[in-house]
Design a protein around this ligand. Sequence first.
Ligand code: GAL
Length: 359
Amino acid sequence: MLHCFTPGGIWPDNNGVHINAHGGGIIKHENRYWWFGEHKIAGEAGNRAHVGIHAYSSSDLMNWTDEGIALKVEPEGSASLIAKGAIIERPKVLYDSANRRFVMYFHLEPVNAGGYGAALTGIAAAGAVAGPYTFIRGIRPNAGHWPENVRPEQQDQKSIGQAMQYPGNISNGNNPVTPSLNILGRDFVKGQQARDMTLFQDDDGKAYHIYSSEHNSTLHIAELTADLLGHSGRYWRAFEHRWMEAPVIFKHRSRYFLIASDCTGWAPNAARLAVAGHIGGPWQELGNPVHGNTEQMNNTFESQGTFALQLDDDRVIFMADRWRPENAIDGRYVWLPVKFDDNAIPYLEWSNTWNTGNM
Ligand code: GAL
């Protein structure tokens, strides 16, 4: 029995095997927590999906039972978008109680997409929380829809044409070309790029898909349909050209807080905190949420966020990954309690060990 979290350590499951659920997220269902994450294999090959999405369950968040593979990749060489060798990242699951259906979203790059070029969102569903999940589709969100906060110049045909005809390859890391082009307009017809992502379900039941879009330069916050199976077409752009990845979101005293990373691939960087009174914004950046020494502030405890597990209004767990891209299976989990200062602003502090009893 484990009695505490040890951020960054080996985290054995019920079989004594290090938990294999990277870039994960958690839902609570019938008094059990379910953790879904990327199953990684050893070596650099493990940065691609060879097995699928792994599920674990727990009643206390420390001791996890291996529940097997919730979404399996299709055989190598198959025409499926989730064939073995695809990139399947950051899975998150929500429950649609009206239809008794669990819906999973993830970042999907099919095998033939040439790395991270496709920027698709994968959607899968299951009748039971553990799965098996059936892959439904891989899409670019919000095709044919302008964001709620669109600006007139983004709808201008000339700037759309210029962006569509741009001859070069545009990188998905911080670059000067992206802000000079109307990438939103360029992708209006075929749908918006979606890479790093999370899901968030608000108190009113509305669910949102928050993803890095426009070559990772800008976040989109997109409402899902009531059955969770797609995007409603209502969305907002936020943090324009701020290059934010790994978004996590939670709510405290009626305000929305977002913690995201900078855009530096597997290498950790300084996290950023932001607050808003409405999920669509306007968002106000509040700087680095880490309270600690310079190194901890610069690399977010050597980790990158993946999910904020909200136990109640005051108790939130920041879940992050310490990636090991050279031996992906050895990636570690850094879970820390979100603390709140006197102004109800969240911050993060290192703890070698802790448990939910001292949150
Ligand atoms: C990170 C991202 C990870 C993965 C990685 C690949 O920035 O958060 O999910 O995509 O890049 O380099």
